[in-house]
Design a binder for this molecule. Sequence first.
Ligand code: SF4
Ligand code: MG
Length: 334
Amino acid sequence: MEKILEVKDLHVHFSTYGGIVQAVRGVSFHLYKGETLAIVGESGCGKSVTSNAIMKLIPSPPGRLVRGKIQFHDKQLTELSEKEMRSIRGVDISMIFQDPMTALNPTLTIGTQLMEGLKQHKKISSLEAREKALEMLELVGIPNPDERLKQYPHQFSGGMRQRIVIAIALICEPELLIADEPTTALDVTIQAQILELFEKIQRETGVSIILITHDLGVVAKVADRVAVMYAGKLIEEGDKREIFYHPQHPYTKGLLKSVPRLDATEAELTPIDGTPPDLFSPPKGCPFAPRCPMAMEVCLRKYPKTKSLTTTHKVDCWLQDKRAKKLLASSSRK
Ligand code: SF4
Ligand code: MG
């Protein structure tokens, strides 16, 4: 499989009045062509900061990409100028955000907004741009596209607006689409439709998708692989089945337990006790230790090494260390 994106050892900090927040602390992952990688975790875990870093949309100051490499095909995005990055954003890599209301300009017709990017980035006639805009509206399931091109955002429902936002993101045929909580602002039926739309688009265009979400139901539906983040670190990664059926990190296990099961008669939520650590001075050891039912003495002292369990499944947890397992076994025998 062809890798189109590789993020290595990404560190992002933010300066605030209270001090420096270490929002992303050494995150590495990759993305294959045509797949959907879901990045999941609680709010504040660094998942949005990670995706914004790929787009080079970290406001600086107060933000700063302290260290790390972001390779998209043969380009090191971290080394590109703002001008070079502008020729990639919206063209090779597109991003859509949670709120379809603020993503569209209320004073322009959706036709104008659809064609804007095309005219800016591709040498294309107005007629061709219009044809492409119609094609995109059809792809995202907007009926009567001819009529609809002339209308303004307020003439569409929330779900329709999110479809238009997706059409705008895809019109230049990007290879990578980053979607940050794309269904969170929508009601449940519309959410399901938008997720189906993502699947359809991927089948028809082969676009690779990074989906940022806190919703494991969304992950179950559309992801091929899953990366779990906690306190600025990527703590477990695997294909969807490995994460859902064989989670290894106690945090991932806790997350999955807190989701009502589809086959459960009573949807019982078991939230994980406690809160994530303060990222002004993150702990030296495992950041989950204060909440972890399996925590050992070593967890507080040292961050665990990443352990590969299969070619796709990786986890950062001391429980995967043979010596730690022995220690645990001997302490439980006492
Ligand atoms: Fe729990 Fe230790 Fe594993 Fe962290 S490293 S998740 S504290 S067992
Ligand atoms: Mg976010």
